[in-house]
Ligand binder design. Structure first.
Ligand code: TMP
Length: 206
C-alpha cells in the first residue's frame, strides 16, 4: 500500500505524515515513512546539493534529476517495501513532477508521463492526500523557517501555478486524490486523514 502526500510549500504535509506514521505504528502496522526528493542515500545526498544550489538549472535538467532520484527510490526502497507488504508513506511522488516541472516550469506533460512510467516501474499510489492551503499561508509558514530552498524562494506566480496544478490533477482523478483543507487545525486534519486511511486499509484487508 502506497500513500503519497502532496501540496504547495508550507501546506503542512510533513507534519501530517509524521502523525499518521506514529498512529499506524502504534496500531502495529508495518509502516515506513519516506520522501522525495530523497529517501535513499543517493537521493538524500543529491537533495542537499540540488535544493540549495544557486546554479542555473534548466527545466528539463531539473526534471531528469528528480526522475533519477525517483528511479533509485522506487528500485531500492519503495518496491521492495511494497513487496514485503509494508505500508509506505511518501512525502511527494509522481504528482510533484507534473505540478512543478510540468505546470510550473513548462516541461511537456507527455514527457513527464513517459518518464514517470519508466522510473516507477508501474508503482502507483493507492491514495494521494492533497493538503490544500492558500499560497500566502503556505509561504508565510515557510518564511518562518531559517533556510528556504530554491523552490520556496520562487515568485508568487510560480506557487499559484503549482496550487492550480494540484487542483486540476485532483479533480481529474478524484478516486486517488483525497483533498483536505490545510487551514484546519493539525489534529482535525490528522483525524480526517486517519479515518480515510483506516477505511482504505480495511478495504485491502490490512
Ligand atoms: P519538500 O519541500 O516538500 O521536501 O520538496 C522539496 C521541493 O522539491 C519542493 O519545492 C518541490 C520540489 N519537487 C519538484 O519540483 N519535483 C519533484 O518531482 C519532487 C519530488 C519535488
Amino acid at each position: 500500500m502506497l500513500i503519497t502526500f502532496e501540496g504547495i510549500e508550507g501546506c503542512g504535509k510533513t507534519t501530517q505524515i509524521a502523525l499518521l506514521h506514529t498512529y499506524l505504528e502504534k496500531k502495529g502496522l508495518n509502516v515506513i515513512k519516506t520522501r522525495e526528493p530523497g529517501g535513499t542515500t543517493f537521493g538524500e545526498t543529491l537533495r542537499k546539493v540540488f535544493l540549495h544550489t544557486n546554479m542555473e538549472v534548466y527545466p528539463l535538467s531539473e526534471l531528469l534529476v528528480f526522475m533519477a532520484m525517483r528511479a533509485q527510490h522506487v528500485e531500492e526502497l519503495i518496491q521492495p517495501a511494497l513487496k514485503e507488504g509494508k505500508v509506505v508513506l511518501c512525502d511527494r511522488f509522481i504528482d510533484a513532477s507534473y505540478a512543478y516541472q510540468g505546470y510550473g516550469r513548462g516541461v511537456d506533460l507527455g514527457i513527464i508521463e513517459t518518464l514517470n512510467r519508466l522510473v516507477t516501474k508501474g508503482v502507483r499510489p493507492n491514495l494521494t492526500v492533497l493538503l490544500d492551503c492558500s499560497v500566502e499561508n503556505g509561504l508565510k509558514r515557510k518564511a518562518e523557517s531559517a533556510d528556504m530552498d530554491r523552490f520556496e524562494k520562487e515568485e508568487l506566480a510560480f506557487h499559484n501555478k503549482i496550487k492550480k496544478a494540484y487542483e486540476k490533477m485532483s479533480k481529474a482523478d478524484p478516486k486517488r486524490f483525497f483533498v483536505i483543507d490545510g487551514s484546519l487545525d493539525i489534529d482535525t486534519i490528522h483525524r480526517t486523514i486517519r479515518k480515510k486511511v483506516v477505511a482504505l486499509l480495511k478495504n485491502y484487508g490490512i
